[in-house]
Design a protein around this ligand. Structure first.
Ligand code: NI
Length: 179
């Protein structure tokens, strides 16, 4: 296990389409070590989630801190596929360990279905709502080289300090020009 360096905005690895993990290789030492490193790095950075490309490994693995999964600190998904279950959007202020010091409002579907494999190589399918659905989409976007700043409501993008000061004004701005 090791705390790995986190790739920052501008590093090409964050823009690659990550490779799927063959199911037969999920239990391999290599994949399991990568999962352990993701967990250790995310814990160290106090993150809500982390995707393998963020530690310079272009592979389709994400870990997430989901409220629903109280028994585990992080839920691990391999080769996840997300399907929106509604067209209704929800705006959340997002941040990213690869883009430190910034927050921005992103509108995403608030109900999704996720399928993929667990860290034990078992297929799963589940539905998620609200904040968990948003975090899932943010992390899985990393596997396709997409960052939240690509989807941000531009006027809401702010440095953390300004975000804290002006969150209400920023929220209002995100709804301007929508009608
Ligand atoms: Ni991120």
């Amino acid at each position: 296990m090791a705390i790995r360096k986190i790739a920052k905005l501008g590093h090409p690895v964050l823009r690659q389409i990550a490779e799927a993990i063959p199911v037969s290789e999920i239990m391999s030492q290599e994949t399991q070590t990568l999962i352990d490193d993701l967990i250790e790095t995310c814990l160290d950075a106090n993150g809500a989630g982390l995707a393998a490309p963020q530690i310079h490994e272009s592979k389709r693995i994400v870990i997430l801190d989901l409220e629903e999964d109280e028994d585990e600190k992080y839920t691990i998904w391999i080769n996840p596929i997300i399907t929106p279950m509604t067209e209704e959007g929800m705006l959340t202020f997002e941040g990213c360990l690869s883009i430190p010091g910034l927050r921005g409002g992103v509108i995403r579907p608030h109900r999704i279905k996720v399928s993929g494999y667990t860290e034990k190589g078992e297929a799963f399918e589940r539905e998620l709502e609200g904040f968990s659905a948003v975090v899932s989409q943010h992390e899985c976007d990393h596997l396709d080289g997409i960052l939240y700043v690509d989807r941000v409501e531009t006027p809401t993008l702010a440095y953390l300090e300004e975000h804290r000061k002006y969150a209400d004004d920023l929220l209002e701005m995100s709804f301007q020009g929508e009608d």
